[in-house]
Design a binder for this molecule. Structure first.
Ligand code: HEC
Length: 475
């Protein structure tokens, strides 16, 4: 008897759960205050607030209700929050992905009248750092005059030398870049220049900053890789080398959609005393004249780093030697590159770069024991969202691990992101309507003493790509 009563109590419980579930399915109980606001505030408002990248704010019921149907659509398709990396075999820091349950909640809310619920239950808005995502920078520098970006015409590459006036050597943990005219700044690469060369070029150019920036980075390229005169040969087939973000003096960069990232503990960029910060910026005219004044926040490390790090870019130098030549109408034009790790490494970051018709970007590691790890898996590349991805934990990759990169391009009329209609033949180039392609893995050597061997192997890889390209071009 007792048992039967217990059983029926359980049954009742189950029944009421089922009823409650049914009620939710009909939507009566999904409200903004209870269910939707926490999702929006924690996943959307960081960008959808005044002064940030998004074109409108999402900060209260009226904001969200007004665009409810659109919000349901863009969360369902995972267009928002912007996060192009598929869930792979490693976890990322700062991952911007809604869970299936969160997406479902938004769908139900939008489908059932978008009720506000009890405003008293509304969670508070999270506290956002005012302006700077990473908090107050140690040093803030700003372009001294505005650079005018015309309404139309080709893409513009302009470099700006910003004096830092550092009285001593510094180590940099993070650089946060804030464009003034967000619609036209496509990316900016940061370099340190202790030679005064950039400052001279800046002064000599009548415009703010100086153009011919690719020659500037081209020189670094030649110097770093010891290619000497060969680099000039290279520039015959590729106008003036490439924006070489992974070279010496590099301090990282910013691209549309990227968030400022702090180096893992114990790692930092070196910034010699007296050096200028050089911004190598790429502008894409928007149809409207814009004036750009970039502001940069620099965050210093308290002490020198304990380890050096390096980037492995595949194919190297944004694919300049990969022979990119994509016929109009090609649906799955593919480039690939591989690199075998000569020493044990620990990877902490990854990224990818292509332009509009890039489609899939895959970076996979095959460990010596045969185990495969998808390190960055983008199946729906979007030029507008080029994040730098940091792994949640260091990913250990033993000596002998093979890194494979495979990048595909869709140059058909069916690709909604194709900027050319009808499609046209696309080759490697620096303009947004040309293409590039590479993926990077940022690593430390597991044993610091192995770093020279790793760097040597990377240099050889770049040289190999160059030599191969040159011999195939002369054939
Ligand atoms: C990292 C910054 C960022 C985050 C986080 C973010 N957005 Fe956006 N959102 C943008 C930017 C920038 C645009 C405009 C450019 C674009 O459409 O890609 C945008 C556009 C939109 C649009 C208009 C899309 C269209 O096709 O017109 C909607 C709707 C939207 N966001 C909703 C959301 C929602 C809902 C969330 C959270 C679940 C969210 N966003 C999170 C930056 C962000």
């Amino acid at each position: 008897m007792k048992i039967r009563i217990l059983v029926s109590i359980f049954a009742l419980g189950a029944l009421s759960l089922a009823l409650y579930g049914g009620q939710r399915a009909e939507g009566g109980s999904v409200t903004f205050a209870d269910h939707v606001a926490p999702i929006i505030f924690n996943n959307c408002t960081s960008c959808h607030r005044p002064g940030e990248a998004a074109p409108f704010v999402l900060m209260n019921y009226a904001d969200v209700q007004k665009r409810g149907k659109l919000i349901a659509a863009v969360t369902q398709s995972r267009q928002m929050p912007p996060w192009k990396a598929d869930a792979g075999d490693v976890e990322f820091k700062h991952e911007r992905r809604l869970t299936a349950a969160q997406i479902e909640t938004i769908q139900r809310w939008a489908a059932t009248g978008m009720h506000e619920g009890n405003p008293a239950k509304l969670p508070p808005l999270p506290k956002f750092a005012d302006g700077w995502q990473l908090g107050k920078p140690d040093l803030i520098v700003k372009m001294s005059e505005a650079f005018t970006v015309p309404a139309d015409g080709p893409d513009i590459y302009q470099n700006f030398a910003l004096p830092l006036n550092l009285p001593e050597d510094k180590w940099v943990r993070a650089i946060e870049f804030r464009p003034g005219a967000r619609t036209v700044v496509h990316h900016s690469l940061f370099f340190s220049d202790a030679t005064g060369e950039a400052r001279k070029l800046d002064a000599a150019d009548p415009q703010p900053g100086f153009s011919g920036g690719m020659a500037f980075t081209g020189q670094r390229f030649a110097a770093r890789f010891g290619l000497g005169g060969q680099a000039n040969d290279a520039s015959a087939t590729n106008p003036g080398a490439s924006p070489t973000g992974s070279l010496g003096g590099s301090l990282g960069g910013w691209a549309v959609g990227a968030q400022a990232r702090v180096m893992p503990e114990g790692l930092a960029y070196f910034l010699p005393k007296g050096s200028d910060l050089v911004l190598a910026s790429h502008f894409h005219p928007s149809g409207k004249v814009e004036k750009e004044i970039s502001t940069v926040g620099v965050y210093f490390a308290d002490k020198p780093p304990t380890k050096a790090f390096t980037g492995i870019q595949l194919p190297p130098l944004f694919g300049v030697f990969a022979g990119l030549d994509i016929p109009a109408g090609a649906k799955e034009y593919t480039i690939e590159d591989s690199f075998v790790l000569p020493v044990d490494v620990k990877a902490f970051g990854t990224g990818a770069h292509a332009h509009y018709i890039g489609k899939t970007m895959h970076l996979k590691a095959t460990l010596p024991n045969g185990q495969e790890k998808k390190l960055l898996w983008i199946n729906d590349w979007d030029f507008a969202w080029q994040d730098q991805y940091q792994f949640k934990d260091f990913v250990a990759l033993p000596k002998g691990t093979r890194l494979d990169v495979k990048i595909t391009y869709d140059n058909t009329a069916g690709n909604p992101r194709n900027p050319s209609s009808p499609p046209r033949r696309v080759k490697w180039g620096e303009g947004s309507f040309d293409e590039m392609g590479s993926m990077s893995l940022i690593v430390v050597a597991a044993n610091e003493a192995d770093m020279p061997a790793l760097q040597g192997a990377i240099r050889n890889h770049v040289r190999g790509a160059f030599t191969k390209r040159r011999s195939s071009a002369s054939r």
